[in-house]
Design a protein around this ligand. Structure first.
Ligand code: ADP
Length: 316
């Protein structure tokens, strides 16, 4: 069976607890999430052998992240710890106008040192070479150093030359790039040149490049050698550009959308899991749409396993 490795950062999450409203104090619920970690969990839940790649501390919260990965059947052999360090953290705040706001403490997170130290990198690369697919996002790229990006890009070139499939979601977050849009464009374009499966969101493309249409996005990437370019557009149909052709896959209307956090991450999981199991582009997009539809009907990026399993129709 195909194996996928997802690379990135998982953080401690503090979200408002429902009982907060009735109290003077803010009562917070402890959780764990991160874009690539969310994707790893949903890939594992939909039946694909998944590894997660990150760096953590040796604190009780890092331990809980390990426990969560294990409980979700996500492989942990590429999750390394270091004494005295901590994972990043974020707090979700329900603002008075009903929007969710996110506040991050992640500058000292151990995950920022992915692909930095020589011994760690060599060990990681040897293990990654054994995986059929490697997946990461623009968030992963934003948090690591320039040097680490170069090391990672060099690895991806070799990995693809040896038959590996590189999958990438731009997931552009301006604040993580210190609002240096030119830098973000440079780095993203470099990685897109070596991508096999690109899982993009039209909103991100508009923000990063000023694209006004699907055609503008396709035009920019079509000579990059990308095998599958998939464009997510919220409630609107998913458009895939494959072999010079545009495929359109409708998104069914979802009643009772509660929280769209993690929609794109879970779509990616559904899409990649299906492709890795040999399903067509269309079936993979339909599967991604189905997985995302479960996530948006529940609160939080990582939906409780029992709720997920109760709504998941499988891949057929
Ligand atoms: P992101 O979370 O990265 O911004 P999108 O908002 O484009 O990504 O959503 C990813 C996928 O989640 C969509 O392709 C669709 O399948 C699903 N989705 C998101 N919002 C909705 C919605 N309001 N109704 C139905 N499906 C949705």
């Amino acid at each position: 069976m195909a194996r996928i490795a997802a690379i990135g950062e998982v953080m401690v999450e503090l979200a408002p607890h429902p009982s907060t409203d009735a109290s003077d104090k803010d009562i917070m619920a402890l959780g764990f999430a991160g874009d690539t970690f969310n994707t790893a969990i949903y890939m594992a839940r939909t039946g694909i052998q998944t590894e997660y790649v990150t760096l953590l501390g040796d604190d009780p919260y890092s331990e809980k992240i390990f426990d969560l990965a294990k409980a979700e059947n996500v492989g942990t052999s590429m999750m390394e710890t270091m004494a005295g360090r901590l994972p990043g953290m974020y707090v979700i705040r329900n603002s008075p106008d009903g929007e969710r706001e996110f506040y991050y403490w992640r500058k000292e997170a151990r995950a920022r040192e992915l692909f930095a130290a020589k011994a760690h990198t060599e060990n990681l690369i040897n293990q990654l070479k054994e995986c059929d697919y490697v997946y990461l996002s623009g968030i992963t790229l934003a948090i690591i150093s320039d040097h680490s990006r170069l090391v990672l890009l060099r690895f991806i070139k070799e990995y693809r030359a040896q038959g590996g499939t590189f999958c990438f979601d731009i997931n552009y977050r301006p604040r993580l790039w210190d609002n240096d849009q030119t830098m973000a464009q440079y780095v993203m374009a470099e990685f897109m040149e070596h991508t096999d499966i690109a899982l993009l969101t039209l909103d991100d493309e508009a923000m990063l490049w000023g694209d006004g249409s699907i055609d503008a996005t396709i035009e920019r990437y079509k000579n990059n050698g990308i095998k599958e370019l998939v464009l997510k557009r919220g409630a609107e149909e998913v458009v895939a550009y494959v072999n010079g052709e545009k495929l359109r896959v409708p998104v069914s209307k979802v009643d009772g959308v509660v929280d769209t956090t993690g929609a794109g991450d879970s779509f990616n999981a559904g899409y990649l899991s299906a492709r890795a199991q040999g399903f067509s582009y269309e079936d993979a997009a339909r599967h991604g749409i189905h997985v995302a539809s479960i996530v948006i009907r529940n609160r939080g990026a990582i939906v409780k396993k029992a709720s997920f399993n109760g709504m998941y129709n499988g891949l057929n």
